[in-house]
Design a protein around this ligand. Sequence first.
Ligand SMILES: [Zn+2]
Length: 92
Amino acid sequence: MKEKIIYCGSCGKPMKLKEDFGSELDGSASNEYCNLCYQDGAWTEPDISFEDFYDKSYEGFLASDMNKVQKFFLKKMYTKKFVSNLKRWKTN
Ligand SMILES: [Zn+2]
């Protein structure tokens, strides 16, 4: 069976491990958002602007232990358009 990867609806990070997921107020795991974006039922940075959030996430991904191929795809795929279509930022 193919494993389904869930992407964070805020930053687009793929969530595979239990600890990748954020948490709800009652302590259960969020099934939509990652631990960097969402903890205890709230955004970790509720007031951040989309632009700042995008820059921060992009730099965070680049600084993580990705190989060259993953970084190549990140640069191609992780665009403002991609992030603006995630659930948190989608306006329509
Ligand atoms: Zn996230």
